[in-house]
Write a protein that binds this ligand. Structure first.
Ligand SMILES: Nc1ncnc2c1ncn2[C@@H]1O[C@H](COP(=O)(O)OP(=O)(O)OP(=O)(O)O)[C@@H](O)[C@H]1O
Ligand SMILES: [Mg+2]
Length: 381
């Protein structure tokens, strides 16, 4: 999360500024293919210099939304404005956008270098400037040594890097990237993520990046829009989406989470008490939510917010007994699988530093799973 911190420092939260003018305004946009609704009444504002990530499962409408921004599809209803201009009658080549397609779409008969320099040549950029910019960008994606190969002589990840270089080299005002890093291995992926963030900082380009990969969205994005069935179900900073998901869908989709079904017993201004058979104890949360007593809820608690102890806290809530069913060592973390006496299995992750400092807990040990009153999030759907 170091990357996220650096980003937060350099980016003021434009989206919270009531006077800020959005760079992209998507207004009640719906896209139908025949009877099928691929994008369903989406409204979204994105601000200049943001790196906005669209996240969601396969088929939820991410590519369709990007294609409408780029001008390759027209909304069935609704409006798209870029930099204050209604895009309805503006063809793709007159938009301030460049789109990197999910399928890369490299020119098969051109070398890597020709592919990357194509757009600059079209724009009649002077030859020595083209040479420099193409060289720099190929260095960045670590493809300079492949400059004279053709796409069919490259691996999938290499082709993807060429496609990325081709879209970056033109330095458009709005860059639309559809799964730009999906074919790269972990190390190259992380290096490229940092490069993308550097480029964004340096050139002030606005990015919309589609990804399947929530970790990538958490690292890269100023804000994330989570999509489901053609709708944007939550928009927020990575931290907001992770810490305060607004639905069970978002909680479950973003990161690992323990979910307990229950119902509201007490709902006061400063706390809620939730009865949950699955949790095996009442769940006490130290802030109110607005819901009627008796309402059904899901309580989400992240694995790193749960703790393990061999003794009960004795408070009567937020402490439930179980048995350790598994321990996985994952470098800096250990993940415990605990079967609660209620039958529900929960995941608890603990840094190995913390683990060493506490009494060792191992397979088959009887334990109490506990959590702080500010850790759970109660979700109404
Ligand atoms: N030209 C088209 N004609 C008919 N249906 C389409 C068309 N393009 C997309 N769809 C449908 O619209 C839905 C959304 O497609 P889209 O490509 O936007 O999904 P996606 O979120 O990008 O998925 P993935 O993560 O798999 O790339 C899908 O169900 C898809 O089958
Ligand atoms: Mg797609």
């Amino acid at each position: 999360m170091a990357a996220e911190r650096a980003k937060a420092d350099s980016q003021t939260e434009t989206w919270n500024d009531p006077d800020a003018v959005p760079y992209i305004r998507i207004e009640n946009v719906t896209k139908k293919f025949g009877d099928f609704v691929a994008v369903n009444n989406v409204s979204l504002d994105v601000y200049r210099g943001e790196l906005f990530a669209l996240l969601g499962g396969s088929g939820c409408g991410k590519t369709t939304l990007l294609r409408m921004l780029a001008g390759f599809e027209q909304p069935t209803t609704g409006k798209i404005y870029i930099d204050g201009v209604d895009m309805a009658d503006i063809p793709p080549y007159e938009r301030p956008t460049n789109m990197m397609f999910q399928s890369y779409a490299l020119f098969p008969h051109m070398t890597v270098e020709q592919n990357v320099s194509f757009g600059l040549k079209q724009d009649r950029v002077p030859a020595d400037e083209i040479k420099k910019r193409v060289g720099d960008i190929l260095d960045m994606v670590q493809m300079r040594n492949f400059a004279h190969r053709k796409p069919h002589q490259l691996s999938g990840g290499q082709r993807q890097r060429v496609a990325l270089a081709r879209s970056l080299v033109k330095e458009p005002k709005l860059l639309l990237l559809d799964e730009p890093l999906g074919a790269l291995d972990k190390k190259l992926r992380e290096a490229t993520q940092f490069e993308i963030m550097n480029i964004q900082d340096r050139l002030g380009i606005t990015f919309m990046v589609v990804t399947h990969d929530q970790e990538e969205a958490m690292t890269l994005a100023t804000r994330i829009g989570v999509m489901n069935h053609g709708q944007i179900v939550q928009v927020g900073t990575p931290k907001e989406i992770y810490e305060y998901p607004n639905t069970k869908f978002v909680a479950d989709f973003i990161g690992s989470v323990n979910l307990f079904e229950g119902y509201i017993q007490e709902d006061e201004a400063d706390h809620v008490l939730i009865a949950s058979e699955e949790a095996g104890c009442p769940i006490y949360i130290d802030h109110g939510i607005s819901a009627a007593p008796g309402a059904e809820v899901f309580v989400a608690i992240r694995p790193e917010k749960l703790e393990l102890s061999k003794t009960s806290t004795g408070t009567g809530h937020n402490c439930t007994p179980g048995t350790v069913k598994g321990v996985a060592y994952m470098g800096n973390l250990s993940v415990y699988l605990v079967q609660l006496d209620s039958g529900k299995e929960v995941k608890i992750s603990m840094s190995n530093q913390r683990r060493a400092a506490e009494h060792a807990i191992d397979w088959d040990d009887r334990v109490y799973v506990t959590w702080h009153a500010n850790s759970p999030v109660a979700l109404l759907s």
